[in-house]
Design a protein around this ligand. Structure first.
Ligand SMILES: [Zn+2]
Length: 241
């Protein structure tokens, strides 16, 4: 959420954002994300992952609550499914993502610049994100994790080393899943990235790599210094800064 926290309604809590300001059922970002999942055809996958709620008691009560839960879930699913308009599906699935010389306005030539953008990660606007097509994991530096106020206890442990260009390896501090939102409203796309956390800092706060770029269907252009991606509201973009 971008707005000033003190000016938000403190009584309404959103489970998607993990923050106050509005109820989960009124969350526009969650609605966009559900639409995105439906459009990507991933809903079946998510439904399969969802297990019936089990409160650990046998007998009629729990059977009834499971039935209620299934009924409720179906209702929510139908409601949300039908709220996806045909126009949005068309815009998303048949959008041409194109670049032309206008996209390069403001870029000084010749340049040899890396693609460095800004995006929302978790609840934070993160600048200096290096976009790198060349590697398979998203990186986040521990100095920046600390700056975001995320305690190290939230990291999942990993013992898989990361290898650099020169063959040197580091053991990451862990991994953390955080939502990343690209672009400006209304042309935004969100995905959940699994960041590998590396001790220390760098001139970049995070490095966004293949899995996230693929999930966003992002197309990068070094020449135009831009990233573009389809959204239900048209083609979104992130300019290199
Ligand atoms: Zn929300």
């Amino acid at each position: 959420m971008r707005s000033d926290p003190s000016r938000r309604n403190q009584k309404k809590y959103c489970r998607f954002h993990g923050d106050v300001g509005h109820h989960t059922k009124d969350c526009a970002d969650l609605k966009d994300e559900i639409e995105r999942v439906i459009l990507e055809g991933r809903l079946q996958e998510l439904k399969a992952e969802r297990r019936p709620r089990n409160d650990g008691h046998g007998g009629g009560d729990s059977r009834r609550s499971q039935k209620d839960y299934a009924h409720e879930a179906r209702g929510v699913y139908h409601e949300r499914f039908w709220s996806v308009s045909a126009v949005k599906i068309l815009r998303f699935s048949s959008a041409d993502v194109a670049f032309n010389e206008d996209d390069a306005s403001g870029v000084h030539f010749p340049h040899n610049d890396a693609l460095v953008v800004e995006a929302m990660i978790g609840n934070h606007t993160v600048c200096r994100i290096l976009v790198d097509n060349g590697s398979s994991v998203d990186l986040l530096y521990s100095d920046y994790l600390e700056k975001m106020g995320i305690p190290k206890e939230q990291l999942e442990k990993t013992s898989r080393p990361l290898y650099g260009f020169t063959g040197d390896s580091v053991i990451p501090q862990g991994t953390i899943r955080l939502p990343i939102t690209a672009g400006e409203k209304p042309r935004q796309a969100t995905t959940v990235a699994n960041f590998v956390v590396i001790k220390g800092g760098s001139q970049y706060n995070t490095v966004t790599r293949r899995p996230t770029l693929q999930a966003l269907r992002a197309i990068t252009s070094i020449y135009h210094q831009k990233v573009k991606f389809p959204t239900p509201n048209g083609v979104g973009e992130m300019k290199s800064n």
